[in-house]
Design a binder for this molecule. Sequence first.
Ligand code: GYE
Length: 329
Amino acid sequence: MKKIFGLVLALAIISGGMVFAGGSSDTAASAGDGLITVGYAQVGAESDWRTANTESFRSTFVEENGYRLIFDDAQQKQENQIKTIRNFIQQDVDYIVVAPVVETGWETVLGEAKAAGIPVILSDRQMKLSDESLYLCWVGGDFLKEGRDAVDWLNNYLKENGRENEKLNVVLLQGTIGSSAQVGRTQGITEGLAKNPNYTLLAKQTGEFTQAKGQEVMESFLKAYDDIDVVFAENDNMAFGAIDAIKAAGKVPGKDVIIISFDAVREAFNRIIAGEINCAVECNPLHGPRVDEIIKTLEAGGTVEKIQYVKEEVFDAKNAADRLPTRAY
Ligand code: GYE
């Protein structure tokens, strides 16, 4: 590894520019024990998806696998993540992994990581940057496609049930505003809905990707509108909250109100089987092994694809019971 690091460093000096070195140098963080130190700036613990994602990193980046993991939970705040990244730089970690809370506002801190020669890998959510060289690569879900898949599912469902000519009132529970998961899903959903004049989007509001906030926002929607036919919840946990609000309002989730959510965690499968959620668009959180593979490739002197989308499926009453036993999260 040292050899590659030296070579890259030499190239950096020759070209006079900064180059990311995928090296595990002997630093305070790596302490010369041969382990690769990875700092993971995690979003928070807002959802089942996030818990599975954290677990995926914690179980992958272990000493037996050659790593020392420094994990940080930003409690859904960008300013915490920026502090954490600075902290990782100060500790001279070998790699920084970030699941960015929101898309924008990262240039300064990533510039600092670049100046320190520490490669940054993005996982889960994307960043919108003026300079794409500020990060090495990204791996995660295709949120725009997920949003489109959700509306496609609704279109097909209505057709199959002879309801394609019905006028339907829709509400949208959005994720954290400005997060790429929210931006992509909202775009896919709203553009898809706009193509069909039978759909009326009554309201959209953030439920911050949490069950409690999802319930609260759904309660306010139900007070404001007495004829909601469809709920899109940009994650499962907000859908669980919405289900509670719908039941409390005396309506039957999954029947009186069609519920479509994102992530497809185990509990969403249970709810599909129980008839409370009609469709869950998958978003796979198991990025630990994917980031591990990226780092191992870099350590071996290889190159990686800049943008890596994970394959994702759509689940409903037709396939949920069959697939539940094989689900890992
Ligand atoms: O859908 C949600 C989580 O960024 C894809 O974040 C992720 C989203 C996921 O809180 O449950």
